[in-house]
Design a protein around this ligand. Structure first.
Ligand code: KG4
Ligand code: ZN
Length: 346
């Protein structure tokens, strides 16, 4: 019955969670609002905010779990990938705690943890399953054979799906992070209003940079064309009026294209592997259009679809705690001298 305290600090969320025997007792998330005014995450400010948040967040996670530090059997932390300064704050804190409590340390890969988020709820996929992991930094199709045995079978060759949402929002003059706002406006719009191209990428890989460019041209031409044509270039006023009058339809059309890019590759992966246990994970899995479409597709194709609850979709320590639980059972501990790394193979 191991009790694990887990810490997540890879980007702009400071989070701590406690689980006992794989059951989540608490999951506290402090989001950093400071980045909104800069239109993106500022690494130095993220590290500073983690420094401020880490003690109160861990403290509340322990209190909410109804335990004391004496009950903790292991300390887990996100080792990689992420912003190095941000990772170091959580990593160093976890190490200090492990040292002072004399408990073992578990290092967790953030992207594996996003996949494992699907194993927290009572309704879980059976193995093997496919997971579409879509976040601000990653877009991957992962084939998961057991909790600790998984491999990436498709991934983006340029931008991530979350970036496609956030960059679209930025071009539309919406604040960061724009993904949730595109989702909100898309609900009132017609997805067939405007056509954006589907990239022709071989295999199970993704690409979103062409879509980004076509949206840029489309807006610069005030909707007249989404390929570059000098004679169509609209004035700033025409462009802004076009966006104002068509915001919901533009959001719905772009969102619908991002979703079709994701689901076409997921369908291909399911056909190729014969796997019909299908999960999604990562911040973009909070998108209501993607959730509805994957559920509908599941019905059509006979998939069993699993979507983690909202707080386990975006960055959180519960997914780190759950991954650490499986690592604890496998005796997979790390030495206190371990380093955090911005990138890591898996
Ligand atoms: O997994 P996550 O919280 O952090 C990373 O590890 O990147 O994902 C954040 C990303 C951002 O790009 C954000 O805009 C996107 O997830 N996102 C959404 C929605 N909620 C969050 N994108 C579209 N629709 C949403 N509802
Ligand atoms: Zn993430």
């Amino acid at each position: 019955m191991p009790t694990i305290l887990a810490i997540e600090s890879s980007c702009d969320e400071t989070s701590a969670a406690v689980c006992t025997d794989g059951k989540m007792l608490s999951n506290v998330i402090a989001s950093q609002k400071i980045h909104e005014q800069y239109g993106g995450v500022v690494p130095e400010l993220a590290s500073r905010a983690h420094m401020q948040n880490i003690v109160p967040v861990v403290d509340v996670a322990i209190k909410n779990a109804g335990i004391t530090t004496a009950a903790i059997d292991a300390i887990a932390f996100t080792q990689s990938p992420g912003l190095i300064g941000a990772l170091l704050v959580g990593g160093q804190f976890a190490k200090s705690l492990a040292l002072s409590l004399n408990k073992p340390l578990i290092a967790v890969h953030h992207m594996q943890a996003h996949v494992i988020a699907n194993l927290i709820d009572e309704r879980k996929p059976s193995f093997p399953f496919l997971c579409l992991t879509v976040s601000g930094g990653h877009t991957q199709i992962v084939l998961c054979e057991s909790p600790l045995k998984m491999r990436v079978i498709g991934q983006t060759i340029d931008d991530a799906a979350g970036e496609a949402f956030d960059k679209t929002a930025k071009m539309l003059g919406l604040p960061y992070p724009g993904g949730p706002l595109v989702d909100k406006y898309a609900k009132e719009g017609n997805p067939n209003s405007f056509k954006f191209p589907e990239p022709q990428i071989a295999g199970l890989d993704f690409s979103f940079s062409g879509l980004k460019t076509s949206i840029l041209y489309f807006l610069n031409n005030a909707g007249a064309s989404n390929v570059y044509k000098e004679e169509f270039t609209a004035t700033e006023e025409q462009k802004n009026n076009f966006i104002k009058n068509n915001l919901s339809d533009i959001c719905a059309s772009v969102q619908s294209r991002i979703i079709s890019i994701l689901l076409n590759k997921l369908t291909k992966a399911s056909t190729q592997t014969g796997i019909k246990e299908i999960c999604i994970a990562g911040g973009v899995s909070a998108n209501s259009g993607l959730r509805n479409s994957i559920l509908k597709m599941g019905e059509e194709k006979g998939w069993n679809v699993y979507i983690p609850i909202f707080e386990y979709c975006t960055d959180n320590a519960a997914m780190i705690a759950m991954t650490a639980y499986y690592k604890y059972l496998a005796n997979d501990f790390v030495d206190i001298s371990v380093s955090s790394t911005a990138r890591a193979e898996w």
